[in-house]
Design a protein around this ligand. Structure first.
Ligand code: AMP
Length: 302
């Protein structure tokens, strides 16, 4: 196993990239906010399949947090993250301080309009503007051939695909499947906030997605009926406060109000105590909600 290179400045990273590119190496970028788990590592493994060099950015991006959100207490573990990146096969991390990415006199934002309005955009109005701005900067700093993003943050993935297309970034966006704990909970750095009791309540998200998939498989296509069933399940769980439960189309994220189709996805956001969690799944087709699919991804990792 070779060493992991650690870069903190744009200049140092760019000079290493120049060397790699001159040898003809393709570059993959995996943007993260650190406190890495198997979900992130699966994206690094996926990135390896597309490029000779994999760079993981670890940057807790201040502009995607609202004024009352968890920026200052967001969990961090730089040493642990580097060990995980190395063992997952990354070549380098990019760990800039905030002032390296946001110059004091910066005035430029990148914004995607329609896709960022519903779902997380309605309760976190400045969130996606922060995400698209930082990812556009990372794209311009690194100039990767490929960038990998998880389906865990499906609205973010769609938004970044749209940005890449609209701004003609010559970058292939590769989606990575949502990785879950063995009991179904979607892996998230924010799971670290949960008390043991809240952790068991958090299972209601994956249970709700499974319930919707199984009702749909039994022939129920009314969004109204499925929403009622899902809502009942979530509201009967301790500590749960609802943010949204919505069926939307996978491409344009349009609300489905009449009849559900197999590709439509259920999007969930709930607060469990003080911790906001999101999850999503298509109504039909392969999903890591099925134990066999989880095992397959586990197998691919090892
Ligand atoms: P974050 O560090 O939360 O900003 O996430 C960095 C990247 O990892 C994003 O592309 C996320 O969608 C992805 N990610 C986070 N959790 C998971 C998961 N459980 N499965 C797959 N990808 C994930």
């Amino acid at each position: 196993m070779t060493d992991l290179a650690i870069f903190r400045t744009v200049a140092d990273l760019r000079s290493a990239l120049q060397g790699w590119r001159s040898k003809g190496d393709r570059i993959a970028l995996v943007p993260t906010m650190g406190f890495l788990h198997q979900g992130h590592l699966s994206l690094i493994h996926l990135a390896r399949q597309y490029a000779e060099r994999v760079i993981v950015s670890i940057f807790v991006n201040p502009t995607q947090f609202g004024p009352t959100e968890d920026l200052s207490r967001y969990p961090r573990d730089p040493e642990g993250d580097r060990a995980k990146c190395l063992s997952a096969g990354a070549d380098a991390t990019f760990e800039p301080p905030p002032e390296e990415i946001y110059l004091p006199d910066a005035q430029t934002w990148v914004e995607v309009s329609e896709l960022t309005r519903p779902l997380c955009g309605s309760s976190r109005p400045t969130h996606f503007r922060g995400v698209t701005t930082v990812v556009a900067k990372l794209f311009l700093i690194v100039g990767p051939d490929v960038a990998v993003f998880g389906e865990k943050d499906f609205q973010q993935l769609r938004t970044l695909q749209q940005m890449t297309r609209d701004l003609f970034f010559p970058i292939q966006i590769v989606p990575g499947p949502l990785v879950r704990e063995p009991d179904g909970l979607a892996m998230s750095s924010r799971n670290a906030y949960l008390s043991p009791e809240e952790r068991s309540s958090a299972l209601c998200l994956s249970q709700a997605l499974r319930l919707a998939r199984s009702l749909f498989a039994q022939g129920q296509t009314s969004p109204h009926d499925l929403l009622r069933a899902v809502k009942d399940l979530l509201l009967s769980t301790p500590f749960v406060e609802l943010d949204y439960i919505e069926f939307r189309s996978p491409r344009d994220l349009l609300l489905v109000e009449t009849s559900l189709a197999p590709d439509d996805r259920l999007f969930l956001a709930v607060k469990i105590g003080r911790t906001r969690l999101i999850d999503n799944a298509p109504l039909s087709g392969p999903s890591t909600l099925d134990a066999s699919k989880r095992a397959e991804i586990q197998w691919r990792r090892s």
